[in-house]
Design a protein around this ligand. Structure first.
Ligand SMILES: [Zn+2]
Length: 314
């Protein structure tokens, strides 16, 4: 880590507005514009991190080739949704999804170089519902999963922890790493909600047994319950695992007043969770942490919670 460098970075870009999901869709460019406006208010001490487009080889770190080709062809033929599930697309969506995945990789590069300690990547579409072979739940490519594989294959890291605090269970990330003991997946999510996976009993399979931690939370529960789970389950699991890097699937749809989520977290909840993640990263992996936007469908709430998250990174 360079002594004089800025320690916190943020990535956002108007290119993500080009992913047009159609009128009335909750995962909209308008939600992203509200977030961009909020991030513009951050002080100059927060570095702006540039992006890049992911290569096809990088997408294939977490996805099957035929699924990549399916996304490409769907966009090229002006399909209005992916044939694999409930992800609305437009002709620009394939290119935007490559930008989103690439930006997360660029952020991990910046952290690995020691230019920055942590980066929040405000990208869309979201990614954590995408499996190796299937886009669903507004997601196309699984950026966090690609980044975990990239950290291992390109930067030589052994163990990556993914903490997913989106209100929905990240079924795609779980499925990609379910048999993999080198990636610890931890999810806090609302119970009995889309995609209806994420039972506490699912703890991994085969060699991955014990490296998948699902923490379903009751409908309408407060942030204090989530913070208790950090003490009771998340911090001990990270301490046992001793990661070389922490990735966060940072959805903000567990925030009170989200039109889709049914939890009652506040901006303070997100700030407190961020401080806990930061402290675990400092303990185990030189502070290396990259967080990636997932859901969050109340534009004002998303903007406010994401700002609280970025401020707590510093
Ligand atoms: Zn979500």
């Amino acid at each position: 880590m360079n002594e004089d460098c800025q320690s916190v970075g943020v990535h956002y870009h108007s290119c993500y507005e080009r992913h047009d999901t159609g009128p009335g869709h909750p995962e909209s460019a308008a939600r992203y514009q509200a977030l961009e406006a909020a991030l513009e208010t951050l002080p100059a001490s927060v570095a702006r991190v540039g992006g890049r487009k992911a290569s096809v080889a990088e997408i294939l770190l977490a996805h099957e080739h035929y699924y990549h080709d399916l996304v490409y062809r769907s966009a090229e033929t002006f399909a209005d949704k992916l044939p694999t599930g409930d992800t609305a697309i437009c002709e620009e969506s394939y290119e935007v999804a490559l930008e989103a995945a690439g930006a997360v990789l660029a952020a991990t590069d910046a952290v690995m170089r020691g230019d920055l300690q942590s980066v929040f990547c405000a990208v869309r579409p979201p990614g954590h519902h995408a499996t190796a072979t299937r886009g669903m739940g507004f997601c196309i490519f699984n950026h966090v999963a690609i980044a975990a594989r990239y950290l291992q294959s390109r930067h030589g890291l052994m163990k990556v922890a993914i903490i997913d605090w989106d209100v929905h269970h990240g079924n795609g990330t779980e499925a990609i790493f379910i048999e993999d003991p080198s990636v610890l997946y931890i999810s806090l999510h609302e119970a009995n909600m889309y995609p209806y996976t994420g039972l506490a009993s699912e703890q991994g399979q085969g060699a991955g047994q014990g490296f998948n931690l699902n923490i379903p939370l009751p409908h309408h529960s407060e942030g204090s319950l989530a913070l208790e789970e950090w003490e009771n389950q998340i911090a001990p699991a990270i301490d046992d695992f001793k990661p070389d890097f922490i990735l966060i699937s940072a959805g903000f749809d567990a925030r009170v007043d989200d039109p889709i989520g049914g939890l009652r977290w506040t901006d303070d909840t997100f700030a407190a969770m961020t401080r806990r993640a930061r402290s675990l990263a400092a303990r185990w992996c030189h502070g290396r942490l990259v967080s990636v936007l997932e859901g969050g469908y109340n534009p004002g709430g998303l903007a406010s919670a994401a700002l609280a998250h970025v401020r707590a990174l510093g």
